[in-house]
Design a protein around this ligand. Structure first.
Ligand SMILES: [Ca+2]
Ligand SMILES: [Ca+2]
Ligand SMILES: [Ca+2]
Length: 466
């Protein structure tokens, strides 16, 4: 019997930042850009290839004149990283800034910085079982609202539990959070924006496909409801999207949705969304923000290994990662060619389909020169947005074209996998990129469970028929 540990196998690469003392885990990145990930059989998630990720000022400090981050691939995935840039965002004390990001179907969010002033938590917050989450949602402090019981494997002797279904990781029975804001706060506000900070426990291709085939299980991203005036609730529109991974914030404009005299709303979903804070900003959104962009000064690709996961919130199995402690190797790399180790700066300075290809256990150290930055003005503070452009591909048996590094994604593709009449650019620049940079073979730090079968390995059996 081989026991499989519950946890994430694929989702996206991780970001760590040098905070002045050590590298600390910031969040996962590029979760919005999965390749070949089905929502249901025959229906793929459209990848959104560019993302801005917030790094708070406290999380990033110069070392020897450079701001230093590490992007790691620690799951059973390939990452294709085409472009990196650091936007330095200065804004007045008392305001908070967030990128306009979330996991959603097209149209994807436009690049934009939301600046909010003193958003306030709900006056009351409870779930469908009457549990009170008011305090949990008041601030970004690690205290989470958990208005659901996740699906889990059946236990011995258990036959009819509503939360059965260990294969539906990332999902929960349909549930809601009901929030009531202070009517005095919203009465005269020109704009109303929800500032929603939370975690999503990722589903994966196999969960999505299994859910699509199981009538009682649904993948239902959050929708907002408001009172319908007759004692019930009505939907305000399509799903609003959700934070793309660990501890991310999305800002949602509810100016025209929230009733001024009855500012209540419900957030309805079947996803395992762990909200750390849901606050309402009532300022007009006109806070001044000054942005300075810095190009990378270096991008060193190296073999690092896998961080030790730290489980937060007990039985919820939310994983954080410790840079200082390496774990046993966790995954073998997808067969194929990867970018050679060492300096890769020319590959991340432009969106040109000449990218860094990283496999399980690889890390990319990216440094940005801090010397030329203007000083932070008195009464202001500094945060950062890391801009990334690229894709990630897991190796879930239900992901499409997921067993090998190839076929390579590119910006002109209509989707992934791309149709027969499309192909990766084959001009001189891209041929030269393959020859010069894509020279590192896959490695496997994991011993095989079974000897290689005489008729070929699993990879060969599963290889695409072309
Ligand atoms: Ca985007
Ligand atoms: Ca590039
Ligand atoms: Ca909280």
């Amino acid at each position: 019997v081989i026991e499989q540990k519950e946890g994430l196998v694929g989702s996206c690469p991780f970001l760590y930042a040098w905070n002045g003392t050590r590298y600390d885990y910031v969040t996962d990145v590029l979760g919005i850009t999965p390749l070949g990930l089905p929502m249901a059989p025959g229906m793929l998630v459209p990848p959104d290839h560019d993302e801005y990720v917030l790094i708070r000022g406290e999380q990033l400090a110069p070392r020897d004149g450079f701001l230093d981050v590490q992007i790691t691939e620690e799951l059973r995935e390939v990452t294709y990283l085409d472009r990196l840039r650091l936007d330095v965002v200065d804004h007045p004390h008392g305001s908070e800034v967030f990128p306009n990001e979330r996991f959603t179907f097209p149209p994807f969010p436009e690049p934009k910085i939301h600046a909010v002033v003193a958003p306030r938590g709900p006056k009351a917050a409870r779930d469908g079982d009457g549990r009170d989450w008011t305090r949990a949602l008041a601030a970004i402090d690690g205290e989470l609202a958990i208005p659901f019981a996740p699906y889990r494997p059946a236990e011995a002797g258990e036959s009819h539990s509503p939360t059965w279904g260990g294969q539906f990781q990332g999902l929960a029975p349909r549930h809601f959070l009901e929030l009531e804001f202070d009517a005095r706060d919203v009465a005269d506000a020109a704009a109303l924006r929800l500032v929603m900070t939370g975690w999503f426990f990722w589903t994966d291709a196999s969960v999505n496909v299994a859910a699509a085939r199981t009538p009682s299980i649904r993948f239902e991203p959050p929708t907002l409801q408001v009172p319908d005036g007759a004692g019930g609730w009505r939907d305000t529109g399509p799903p609003i999207g959700f934070p793309a991974g660990k501890q991310k914030t999305m800002v949602v404009d509810v100016t025209s949705l929230l009733h001024r005299d009855d500012p209540r709303l419900r957030l309805v979903s079947t996803l395992r969304l762990y909200w750390d804070s849901i606050r309402l900003a009532t300022d007009d959104g006109a806070t001044e923000v000054r942005t300075t962009s810095i190009e990378p000064a270096g991008a060193r690709l190296w073999e690092r290994g896998f961080s030790q996961p730290i489980e937060l919130h007990g039985d919820q199995k939310l994983e954080w990662f410790d840079w200082e402690r390496l774990a046993e190797p966790r995954w073998a790399q997808h067969p194929g060619s990867y970018t050679r180790l060492g300096e890769t700066l020319p590959l991340v300075t432009a969106i040109d389909d000449r990218f860094v290809v990283m496999g399980s256990g690889d890390a990319l150290q990216v440094r940005f020169a801090a010397a030329g930055l203007p000083p932070v003005a008195p009464g202001w503070r500094r945060d950062y947005l890391l801009f990334l452009d690229g894709w990630a591909k897991d190796r879930d048996p239900n992901s499409i074209e997921a067993l090998h590094v190839e076929p390579l994604p590119f910006h002109g593709m209509n989707g992934y996998p791309y149709p027969e009449e499309q192909s990766f650019p084959d001009d001189a620049a891209h041929r030269q990129w393959r020859q010069e940079w894509m020279t590192r073979p896959a490695r496997s730090a994991i011993p095989r469970l079974a000897p290689r079968a005489p008729f070929g390995s699993l990879e060969t059996i599963g290889a695409p028929q072309r």
